[in-house]
Design a protein around this ligand. Structure first.
Ligand SMILES: [Zn+2]
Ligand SMILES: [Zn+2]
Length: 164
């Protein structure tokens, strides 16, 4: 267990539904645990699953270390992922904070949010020092076209005009 479930754990605001016949379902608050699924993926999930479906994604690879540092906001331990090769360990941090950051990236600041930019192009742009939509909109189209293979000035202007 790494902490209380934010949906149904101790102190959670929402009340869990009871059985139809008035039986009280296990009153004990749910807790979060790191689980390994049969398909090999991992997640932080609630011990009351399937009554509570709260879950947070975890990377598929690497050993997950539970550190002694705690996120003050969520009272969860910060996680570090050690990969199999010699890469630096990845400070994933609090799994809830990590997931929120991930969602924020998905919600528009990522370059892929722009029409016509796929994963490969986004990578090339990042290599050229353009990290996100803001960075792209501030960039000089001529310089971007110069730096990024296969991208013309007009294309960059189109991207910059993209309303998102
Ligand atoms: Zn729960
Ligand atoms: Zn947190």
């Amino acid at each position: 267990m790494i902490g209380a479930c934010p949906d149904c754990g101790d102190g959670a605001a929402s009340e869990t539904p009871r059985d139809g016949d008035g039986e009280t379902v296990d009153d004990h608050g749910g807790e979060l645990a790191i689980k390994q699924l049969r398909n090999g993926s991992r997640l932080v999930g609630c011990t009351r699953y399937p009554d509570c479906e709260y879950s947070l994604p975890l990377p598929r690879r690497g050993d997950i270390e539970i550190t002694d540092d705690h996120c003050e906001e969520h009272d969860l331990p910060e996680l570090v992922v050690h990969s199999d090769d010699d890469d630096e360990p990845w400070d994933l941090g609090c799994p809830i904070c990590n997931y929120r950051e991930y969602q924020a990236r998905q919600n528009g600041s990522a370059l892929e949010a722009i029409n016509g930019i796929g994963e490969k192009t986004a990578e090339k742009l990042q290599t050229a020092g353009i990290e996100d939509v803001e960075g792209l909109k501030d960039a000089n189209p001529d310089e971007v076209a110069e730096e990024v293979d296969g991208v013309g000035v007009d294309t960059v202007r189109d991207w910059q005009a993209d309303p998102d």
